[in-house]
Design a protein around this ligand. Structure first.
Ligand code: AAO
Length: 452
């Protein structure tokens, strides 16, 4: 079956990283649906090794839907609740490998396992032993190693084997039977694109697919070779966007996207940061950058390139630290703004999802920049964003939005609901112009979906 790419206007994904299922469900009802998010991405739901680090989720022990984030019944209920709220569900799917524990042990839900032995699922013949020291990937410049050796000691599945492909597809089909709508395929670079295609060919129905292939300069395996299977994450996007905000010029963003050597617009999946880059890649903007982070997300949501994911994080200082949990490492219910950052709820970000939806399909016009950190553009006939990331306010200017005359809610500073705006109102005159003062490191955004 063909991949069902996000379509329609509600295509923004909220990645509720490490949230438990009851909390995801209530967020779909109370926030994601009402704010116009089209999808929620959830962390890996299968049984995993024990421990309190977040990354235990990336070490499968069995394909039982039972994890620190909840039971199968809770997962099913979450999918149903999200669907009722108009939000589709994308699952982070770990199929390249099993655990990384040399000694083996007992998984979260009680399944016993060895590094190369998962009773009833995989035995030693189902894994690669590539012959390097520790069977470890030692060079990303060696295609064969990247796809036949172990990524950080994780027992590497023989995805060329029909048995392994069928077993993986059975897991994904189980998720489809629970109603999920899409998959984020973890560590896709470590599986040949043809293996992913073969697994996809065994799925019971079509689903959205987004593959994690981190672009690395000079590496033989690049994101482009995976586009035949579905979307692929464009990791250059968040790094370059941060560089423009931090060291270079927003003015350079006027052709941001394919012209920068990125994946085709229709295949690219983008984000300002994700759960890896917010920890492991310097120079990427994260919640720790506060206002600048919000502005970068506002730009992403307003700019027509790629399908967009908003990252939602828990607060961390230690790279490995897991989410707020109880004494048994069971993830606690989310409390936004207390141990959890909930970036997807920040006023600027959540309201720009509405801007995204109202402007889908419209081109860019009326680009303006001052040569440096002040930019503005229309989504033709539908919306207008001006970002001032200068260290000074820009006052007394008028902007040509080309929008229908009328009064619009500035969704950066106010929320539009039931026909009224909780913040400043911008008046577009009959010639399509409006006047605004924009403080340093701030923005103004108006769109036809928030017109008074
Ligand atoms: C944990 C421990 C390990 C232990 C292991 C097993 O940390 O010490 O050996 O358990 O017991 C996550 C955590 C890991 C954790 C693992 C399993 O991050 O710390 O290991 O779960 O619990 C590569 C892969 C990419 C992968 C990334 C982390 O290609 O797929 O490494 N991401 C996914 C997940 C991730 C998860 C896994 C995969 C495993 O999103 O959360 O790991 O399921 C270059 C290459 C990339 C490569 C990176 C990092 O990237 O191009 O392919 O990613 O290096 O090795 C610039 C460069 C770019 C470079 C990047 C580095 O941007 O342009 O080329 O910097 O950040």
């Amino acid at each position: 079956p063909a991949a069902a790419a996000p379509s329609g206007t509600k295509t923004v994904i909220a990645n509720l990283f490490e949230w438990n299922w009851p909390s995801v469900a209530s967020e779909c009802t109370n926030v994601l649906g009402p704010k116009g998010y089209g999808y929620v991405q959830v962390s890996p739901p299968q049984e995993h090794v024990r421990g309190n680090q977040w990354w235990v989720a990336y070490q499968p022990v069995s394909y039982r839907i039972e994890s620190r984030k909840g039971t199968r019944a809770q997962f099913q209920s979450m999918v149903n609740t999200c669907h009722a709220a108009g939000v589709k569900v994308i699952v982070d799917t770990v199929i390249n490998h099993m655990s990384g524990q040399d000694a083996g042990g007992t998984g979260w839900a009680g399944s016993s396992y060895g590094h190369y032995n998962y009773p009833g699922i995989y035995q030693s013949q189902d894994f690669h032993y590539c012959g390097t020291s520790g069977n470890e990937i030692t060079s990303y410049y060696d295609r064969w190693q990247v796809q036949n050796c172990e990524l950080v000691n994780l027992s590497d599945l023989k995805t060329e084997s029909d048995y392994v492909r069928s077993r993986i597809a059975a897991y994904m089909n189980d998720l489809l039977s629970l109603g999920v709508d899409g998959f984020r395929l973890d560590a896709s670079k470590h599986m040949p694109a043809a293996d992913i295609a073969a697994i996809k060919g065994k799925l019971s129905r079509s689903a959205y697919i987004v593959q994690e292939v981190i672009y690395g300069a000079g590496e033989p395996i690049g994101p482009g070779e995976y586009t035949g299977n579905g979307d692929v994450h464009e990791f250059r996007y968040g790094k370059d966007l941060a560089r423009m905000f931090n060291n270079e010029r927003l003015a350079y963003l006027r052709n941001f996207g394919e012209a920068w050597g990125y994946l085709p617009n229709s295949k690219a999946a983008v984000f300002v940061d994700n759960h890896d880059t917010q920890r492991d890649v310097g120079g990427v903007l994260t919640y720790k950058n506060g206002r600048t982070y919000a502005l970068a997300n506002a730009f992403m949501l307003a700019w027509p390139y790629g399908s967009k994911t908003v990252q939602s994080s828990y607060t961390f200082s230690n790279r490995d630290a897991g989410p707020p949990s109880d004494a048994n490492n069971k993830t606690l219910n989310t409390t936004c703004f207390s141990g959890w950052e909930c970036e997807h709820r920040w006023q600027v970000i959540a309201n720009m999802v509405g801007f995204h939806n109202a402007t889908q399909g419209a081109g860019v016009s009326n680009w303006y920049d001052n040569g440096y950190q002040h930019i503005a553009f229309s989504r033709t006939g539908k919306g207008y964003l001006s970002v001032n990331d200068e260290n000074f306010a820009i006052n007394g200017r008028s902007y040509y939005a080309g929008l229908p005359a009328g009064r619009y809610c500035d969704v950066i500073h106010g929320t539009f609901s039931n026909g009224s705006c909780s913040g400043p109102v911008i008046t577009v005159d009959s010639a399509g112009w409006f006047a605004a003062n924009i403080p340093a490191h701030d923005a103004v955004a108006i769109h036809v979906g928030a017109k008074l």
